[in-house]
Design a binder for this molecule. Structure first.
Ligand code: GLU
Length: 436
């Protein structure tokens, strides 16, 4: 680490990892990486009621999943350990003593109060410029039960850990004047702040809450979204490369990322856009990477086993990779490749039987099949072409019922590709079963 920049992500464990928190962690991480600085993870677990090992686990797993590695913090340690506030009482005692000796605290009703200066506090904000606020009232920093209050421990740790830039949600702007007061009372320089814009729900003017659809990082992980896609999407919530690109390699985002470029305006969460981006990332994966990402999903859906031929599996997944939007829906999208016992879609059936004579088209195809020795995509295409000419039909009159008969669906991977992958034997068997 060759730079003075030290930033931190300081979550309070709540049992879930909200995408707002993930975006805050991401912006800190991006800035640290951009400046060659240090990214600290500090767990603000002073609220005993809610904090638990499990809650911390959710955060750590989510950060790791998103690839946001920290340089100091839980699991790694570092020169400012410990990184759990619940283990730092000695540090808070020390700083409380310092405030006491300079006459900036007093006790009332068993609590310890901080005496405000009466002068306006200047919050140096990279996104908003200087924000000046007057703290008019003294405030509690140690409750009567002895537990320290967020404002105090947050500032003490930022001082003690040498934090240079505080990048956090705009909802904390109202706390920052209190924080500046404490920094100054302790005779410490204030860090540079960057209060990043809120994330609004998809519809309306409300802030995204944990109850909103798509709000939790762990859900994306469970639904097997690609972490790179989620991370790329989160980058765009308040930041942009200032051209119309949206999909960017993370190295490039790191190179471009500046606090001053973060928008002052609230960002709007759009789950559809995130899903779309995930689809694009899936399509651009190397086929082998796509296959190893998807294999466990097909396994747990019971579609494949050790007996499944690896080359057949790879062929199926290559075909699916071009079409599927998310890995979650992959099992239903491709089940018919692995079992004869697949469902027939009722709407698709209705559409196919509404016009023409689909069963005759299938029979014509079946009759011509024995002559087709090589079951290649080209040969299949030529056969369908020849049949439609001979019977005065359109190629679609064959393709739609044939696809439906072997897959139970009206959409899916390319038609000729589908038949080629299934192979002659399976195709004949399924067609025969369908028409007779
Ligand atoms: N524990 C605080 C929170 O989760 C940290 C705020 C900050 O980043 O300073 O909101």
């Amino acid at each position: 680490m060759n730079s003075e920049v030290r930033v931190r992500f300081a979550p309070s464990p709540t049992g879930f990892f909200h995408i707002g928190g993930a975006r805050t962690a991401l912006f800190n991480w991006l800035y640290a990486r951009h400046r060659g600085g240090t990214f600290v993870l500090r767990i603000e677990d002073t609220d005993k009621k809610r904090d638990s090992e499990e809650s911390v686990r959710v955060l750590i797993d989510g950060l790791k999943w998103l690839g946001l590695n920290w340089d100091e913090g839980p699991e790694l340690g570092g020169s400012h350990a410990p990184y759990f506030q619940s283990e730092r009482k000695h540090v808070y005692d020390h700083y409380l003593e310092r405030l006491r000796s300079c006459g900036r605290v007093y006790e009332r009703d068993g609590a310890v109060w901080f005496k405000v200066s009466g002068k306006p506090a200047v919050i140096r904000d990279e996104i908003r410029g200087d924000v000046t606020r007057l703290e008019e009232k003294d405030f509690v920093i140690i409750r009567s039960d002895g537990s320290p209050v967020f404002h105090f421990v947050n500032v003490v740790d930022d001082i003690d850990m040498g934090i240079t830039h505080v990048i956090r949600g705009e909802d904390h702007l109202s706390n920052s004047s209190k924080h500046v007061e404490i920094f100054e009372a302790l005779g410490m320089p204030t860090p540079i702040f960057a209060h990043i814009p809120l994330i609004l729900k998809t519809v309306g003017s409300g802030k995204m809450s944990k109850r909103d659809q798509g709000a939790l990082v762990e859900d994306y992980k469970a639904r097997r979204f690609l972490p790179e896609a989620v991370r790329n999407y989160l980058c765009l919530l308040g930041w942009s490369p200032k051209d119309d690109r949206e999909i960017l390699p993370i190295e490039e985002i790191i190179a471009l990322f500046e606090l001053k470029q973060i928008s002052k305006n609230n960002a709007r969460f759009d789950e559809k856009k995130l899903a779309h981006m995930n689809g694009q990332y899936l399509r651009h994966l190397p086929p082998e990477a796509f296959a190893s990402f998807c294999t466990p999903v097909l396994k747990s859906a019971g579609l494949i086993s050790e007996k499944t031929s690896p080359s057949y599996l790879l062929q199926v997944l290559r075909a699916c990779q071009e079409k599927v939007r998310d890995v979650e829906s992959l099992p239903s999208f491709c089940a018919y490749f692995f079992t004869d016992d697949f469902p027939f879609d009722a709407t698709a059936r209705e559409k196919i039987f509404k016009q023409g004579d689909p069963l005759s088209r299938i029979r014509e195809f079946l009759e011509a099949l024995p002559s087709l020795t090589d079951f290649t995509e080209e040969n299949l295409e030529a056969l369908v072409g020849a049949l439609s000419q001979a019977h005065g039909c359109k190629t679609g009159d064959y393709i739609h019922p044939l696809r439906f008969a072997v897959s139970g669906q009206s959409v899916g991977v390319g038609f000729y590709q589908l038949f080629h992958i299934l192979g002659k034997e399976t195709v004949m068997k399924r067609l025969a079963k369908f028409v007779f």
